[in-house]
Design a protein around this ligand. Structure first.
Ligand code: G3P
Ligand code: CA
Length: 357
């Protein structure tokens, strides 16, 4: 497999990528890395239909046929790698009832045994009664190993993992620890089976040191610590009540400023960038549109893949694909797979039923 990868690399390195069309460039770059094109990346699992980062969310994404299961990596107080998105457990668990005195504490303040006491399913039933299921009550936080178990759990479906080091400065050494776990599980042998991602350039550099052969993606955003915005007006100053509407107006200060971030990506050895998207319907996961055609062209010109986060609707799939992206983070893998004419035999409801949820 390694030899095959090297051979492919050598051949493709000689290909005049600049002579290919924009779409052709992205495809060639993806194939060079062993990454599906266009890639379906199940954001926190199939997190529209099941509570994010839980077993049913990842099982559903796997059975739907997503190319990658996405997860946000953090570490428990006793050193176990877990999949949790937020800095705290308040939004997606009953931590306020279980550990009221520590309800605002970071994930790292809890041992794995404590984390496993939390119910990370019931919040979803309350927030989305139309998608609620009684079997979601009492769902548990997943360790990295448990997500790997799910990814390996159906020989007919073999999703990869798309792993984000989340707030990595809070977890010194997490990059080396991640490498050790992936290596122990035999996940570093197949090119493109794992993709690593971070907003944090230092973490990407550490990931490069630890796993130079594993593709890495620099996540892009606008504002604080990210791409300098054209407008210096903050959300608070804008008088806007809807954050998505505020983000949707944000533009990079200049093309040069956008390019600076692509150059950061190249400098840390990243093979791609993960820009934010503005969603047509707005909402909490709608950010600045950093996947505009000119931006994607620039990325491809610098031989960087583009995986955009996070869109769920047909209209947005069509828009970002027309803009030239190479893959999409989505909470609705089923929708995206249908958009790409890759439907599963069963729909989301049938799969959850079949899996015992
Ligand atoms: O990892 C891509 C995307 O997930 C980044 O945003 O906040 O959902 O982790 P977030
Ligand atoms: Ca993420």
């Amino acid at each position: 497999m390694l030899l095959e990868g090297i051979r492919r690399y050598c051949c493709l390195a000689l290909l005049p990528l600049a002579g290919l069309s924009d779409a052709g460039q992205g495809k060639a770059l993806a194939h060079l890395q062993g990454i599906a094109h266009p890639a379906v990346i199940a954001h926190r699992g199939a997190s529209f239909d099941a509570p994010e980062s839980t077993a049913p969310a990842y099982l559903l994404a796997r059975e739907l046929g997503a190319d990658y299961l996405e997860l946000d990596l953090q570490r428990s107080r006793d050193g176990v790698l877990v999949a949790v998105h937020d800095d705290t457990l308040l939004r997606t668990s009953d931590v306020a009832q279980r550990f009221p005195e520590r309800k605002n504490s970071p994930v790292s303040a809890f041992t794995l045994a404590e984390l496993k006491l939390l119910d990370v399913g019931s919040w979803f039933n309350k927030a989305y009664p139309e998608r609620a299921r009684s079997r979601f009550v009492g769902l548990k936080i997943q360790t990295l190993d448990e997500v790997i178990d799910i990814a390996e759990g159906d020989p007919r479906k073999q999703p990869g993992l798309y792993i984000e080091t989340k707030k990595p400065r809070l977890f010194p050494g997490i990059e080396a620890q991640l490498k050790a776990r992936l290596q122990a599980r035999g996940w570093l042998e197949q090119p493109g089976r794992v993709v690593l991602q971070s907003f944090d350039r230092s973490s990407l550099a550490l990931l490069q040191q630890e796993m130079p052969q594993v593709p890495r993606v620099l996540l892009l955003w606008i504002g604080d610590g990210g791409i300098e915005p054209a407008s210096k007006q903050t959300f608070a100053q804008s008088g806007e009540s809807d954050k998505a509407a505020f983000y949707a107006r944000q533009q990079p200060e200049s093309q040069a400023e956008f390019e600076r971030w692509l150059d950061y990506a190249k400098a840390t050895g990243a093979i791609g960038v993960g820009p934010s998207a503005a969603r047509s319907a707005g909402g909490a996961q709608s950010y600045a549109d950093l996947a505009q055609p000119w931006m994607n062209r620039l990325s491809h010109d610098k031989q960087l893949l583009v995986h955009v986060y996070t869109v769920d609707e047909e209209v947005d799939f069509a828009k970002v694909m027309a803009a030239g992206v190479d893959g999409i983070f989505t909470n609705r893998s089923g929708n995206l797979l249908r958009h790409f004419s890759r439907p599963a035999a069963l729909n989301e409801v049938q799969i959850l039923d079949e899996q015992g949820y």
